[in-house]
Design a protein around this ligand. Structure first.
Ligand SMILES: [Zn+2]
Length: 171
């Protein structure tokens, strides 16, 4: 059974593989990912965070400005272009419980992915959605948000996670 993986699990550092097409198997993985993400809860999850080395992401959050619920899956997501404008936002990660840091990323991105119906979608995303997707797409190539920090800060956070897991979670 799949479950959420935490640092320093080596699967979080692996590059995931593109899927051939979106079918019932891929949708089943995305559904499982959503269940795990909701149970924590979180706003985004990449497949390798539950040990599946495939390019699948799920995202779910409520936009504070528009009050709209953003909830969908992305298969083989790619960032086509990044805005010049960059902003700092605080990030956390389900694989690094209770760790947060301000990270600088592009404000807007142009993305391309396959949707649940195996249709290719290209769209521009902004704000929190662009933030979550940049974070999750990084996961698919084995990159974590703490990689943007100094090695000193990164190592402190990873140590804190190990301590947290020892006290809170059976791993
Ligand atoms: Zn994450």
């Amino acid at each position: 059974m799949e479950k959420l993986l935490y640092v320093p699990n080596p699967l979080l550092r692996q590059k995931t593989k593109k899927i051939e097409s979106v079918g019932s198997y891929e949708l089943k993985i995305a559904k499982k990912m959503k269940e795990i993400m909701y149970s924590v809860p979180g706003v985004g999850l990449a497949a390798n965070q539950i040990g599946i080395l495939k390019q699948i992401i799920t995202i779910s959050f409520t936009d504070q400005e528009t009050k709209k619920e953003v909830n969908y899956n992305l298969f083989n997501p790619e960032i086509i272009s990044y805005s010049q404008e960059k902003i700092f936002m605080e990030e956390g990660c389900l694989s690094l419980p209770e760790q947060f840091a301000k990270i600088e990323r592009s404000k807007k991105i142009l993305i391309k992915y396959l949707d649940d119906n195996n249709h290719s979608v290209m769209k521009e995303v902004d704000g929190v959605e662009a933030r979550i997707l940049q974070h999750e797409i990084d996961h698919l190539s084995g990159k974590l948000f703490v990689d943007y920090l100094s090695s000193l800060k990164r190592n402190i956070m990873i140590k804190k996670v190990k301590k947290y897991l020892k006290n809170n979670i059976d791993v």
